[in-house]
Design a protein around this ligand. Structure first.
Ligand code: 13P
Length: 250
């Protein structure tokens, strides 16, 4: 049985003092959950958040990183920098990074490799636009994104890889994919991983759904056969609402 991973992506929100207060509020609300709880926080909140989660079951991730080990990349953050403060996870290829910051399948692939080499678990984000969905291209788009993201990744590295399926038209719009559609898309990703790595890897990899997840729709989504939890944007900014999503099974 795969565990559920419920993650909040704060995007460009919350200052360090707000991050600390958030974690203090969230901690007792999720202390009893069997689900894995992860917060993807802005770089400036990472260190404060990592101190604040000590002795809790909350994990911390970064929202991006550069693929180079080090060098003349003004303004960028390396995997080694994240590892040096014990960051566990990193989001790679979020659609907002693909859309606004020229992230491509090639840079995503390089970042996945660098993250794994530095023992940080990448969460690879994939998803189709509304136009692609309407043309019936969803499966092709997301399975190609996955195939390219994983190029050169060895089977034994796959235990540290997670995927988030986030249809772009569902992000921040209040529109959620139906649980059946989300489940089918995630099944298609799992089948692609099965083709590349075989059944064991395909059955153990965590694949989340993201896109307008909230406390009122999370149970329906997370109880589908292939959906292993969620990547939550807007609704994760309130620790009480996020705790309800983490505790969807209570
Ligand atoms: P929303 O939950 O605000 O739609 O954002 C989803 C998302 O992009 C999480 O990474």
């Amino acid at each position: 049985m795969r565990k559920k991973v419920i993650a909040g992506n704060w995007k460009m929100n919350l200052l360090p003092n707000e991050a600390i207060a958030y974690i203090d509020t969230l901690d007792p609300l999720v202390a009893d959950t069997e689900n894995e709880v992860v917060l993807f926080v802005p770089y400036t909140d990472l260190f404060y958040s990592l101190l604040q989660i000590q002795n809790t079951n909350i994990k911390i991730g970064a929202q991006n990183m550069h693929f180079a080990e080090k060098g003349a990349y003004t303004g960028e953050i390396s995997a080694q920098m994240l590892k040096s403060i014990n960051v566990d996870y990193v989001l790679i290829g979020h659609s907002e990074r693909r859309q606004y910051f020229n992230e491509t399948d090639e840079t995503v692939n390089k970042k996945v490799k660098t993250a794994l080499e530095n023992e940080i678990k990448p969460v690879i984000c994939v998803g189709e636009t509304l136009e692609q969905r309407e043309k019936g291209e969803t499966e092709e788009i997301i399975t190609t994104q996955i195939e390219k993201a994983l190029e050169g990744i060895k089977p034994e590295q796959m235990k540290d890889v997670m995927v988030a399926y986030e249809p772009i038209w569902a992000i921040g719009t209040g529109k959620t994919a139906t649980s059946e559609d989300a489940n089918n898309a995630i099944k298609a990703i799992r089948n692609k991983i099965c083709q590349i790595y075989g059944q064991n890897v395909a059955e153990s990899i965590i694949i989340q759904y993201g896109g307008s997840v909230k406390s009122t729709n999370c149970k329906e989504l997370f109880t589908m056969s292939d959906i292993d939890g969620g990547l939550v944007g807007g609704a994760s900014l309130d620790p009480h609402e996020f705790a309800k999503i983490v505790n969807y099974d209570k």
